[in-house]
Design a protein around this ligand. Structure first.
Ligand code: PLP
Length: 362
């Protein structure tokens, strides 16, 4: 027997929004091939349905081997890039057998490839670190790593080169400029395909639009900057919604929720909605943050509980049990909620929990 979960939280994922956002990427980077980044379960949107909606991309990018294998199991035959590469012989065997492309960013991965004999060659992206100090060969070590890969018989000679921008979303562009210059310097004599830009790089740095771009966040309709996706013609692909499960009166001066941190300034009404940090609506969202009840905006009252939140509906005489509540998405950009919670929208959409029912709309 299944229970009607229509009173619990739902993440509604719009395939149409994903397709629209991919079209925006194409329009903004018309000369580049697109590696659609769908790691972390497509930023919480569901990797398989997201891949289906984004099928027009030239490649998919994922962080982990398990994510790539899930795509192959579901029959996706297109190029899939493992953005962190592989770490053991067994992983290398599987990755090459499944025709996955590997990022190579360490000496250990180079050694693994040199020691490896497979029935076919590995397709590789060499990563150079131009200043992020996370993954990639340092600029000084790049030429040797490049030569080593080209000499490696188990690597196909279509080697591509990539880097990652650390601050492309920031107003002051000096750091990004220096990353672009370093990348240009190390790749200038190579006739190869290159990749630099994530969403922020793609939108803010036309010079970063080389043969490949690697958008993630913007495909989900979210802005990488301090504004909202609609400013860039993006549409939110995820709406997190629930319902009011109770309405109650409060008297002036009474507190609401744990520790009573919100106090009623006058007699009023509180709506209780079925969503909490156990669903991935973080406790860091502060009292006073916006919540949509039906078509109107209201404010969170007090602390987020594990399964519930309280909303001040004193100004909504018609609010009643069963009303739809939007936490983020349609009509309430997740970027705004991230700002209220002192985090980034990436973390919010990635963080919805197993308990949230996911509804995929075409
Ligand atoms: C996650 C990731 C991206 C996508 O970044 P967005 O900011 O989501 O566009 C691109 N490249 C690499 C290497 C990544 O890890």
């Amino acid at each position: 027997m299944t229970f009607d979960s229509s009173f619990g939280p739902r993440a509604i994922i719009s395939g149409a929004a994903l397709r629209h956002n991919l079209a925006v990427v194409r329009r903004r980077a018309p000369r580049s091939k697109v590696m659609a980044v769908i790691k972390a379960n497509a930023y919480g949107h569901g990797v398989v349905p997201a891949a289906r909606a984004l099928i027009g991309a030239d490649a998919f990018g994922v962080a982990r081997l398990s994510e790539a294998l899930a795509l192959r199991e579901q029959g996706f035959g297109q190029a899939v890039v493992l953005l962190e590469g592989v770490f053991t012989r067994d992983e290398l065997d599987v990755a090459v057998a499944q025709n996955l492309e590997l990022v190579v960013h360490t000496q250990e991965q180079l050694a693994l490839l040199h020691a490896w004999r497979g029935s076919r060659q590995a397709h590789v992206w060499l990563k150079v670190d131009t200043g992020m100090n996370r993954l990639g060969f340092r600029v000084e070590a790049f030429a040797d790593a490049w030569r080593s890969l080209r000499e490696c018989t188990s690597v196909a000679n279509s080697v591509r080169v990539m880097t990652h921008l650390a601050s492309a979303d920031e107003q002051d562009g000096a750091f990004t400029q220096s990353q672009l210059e370093k990348f240009a310097a190390v790749t200038k004599d190579l006739k190869i395909e290159r990749s630099i830009a994530n969403s922020a790089g793609l939108l803010a740095w036309p010079q970063a639009q080389v043969e490949w771009v690697r958008p993630g966040l913007m495909l989900y309709g979210i802005s990488p900057f301090a504004d909202d996706g609609s400013r860039h013609d993006l549409r939110p692909a995820m709406t997190l919604a629930t319902r009011l499960i109770a309405i109650r009166d409060v008297k002036q001066g009474e507190g609401v929720g744990y520790a009573g941190t919100w106090r009623a300034a006058r007699d009023g009404r509180i709506g209780i909605a079925a969503v909490g940090y156990g669903d991935g609506y973080p406790r860091q969202v502060l009292s006073g943050s916006p919540v949509r009840v039906g078509e109107s905006e209201a404010k969170l009252a007090g602390r987020v509980s594990m399964d519930m939140i309280a909303i001040d509906v004193s100004n909504m005489p018609h609010a009643s049990v069963g009303d739809s509540v939007t936490l983020w998405g349609d009509g309430l950009p997740v970027e705004r909620i991230a700002r209220c919670a002192g985090t980034i929208p990436y973390e919010l959409v990635c963080g919805i929990s197993q308990r949230v029912a996911v509804e995929h709309r075409p």
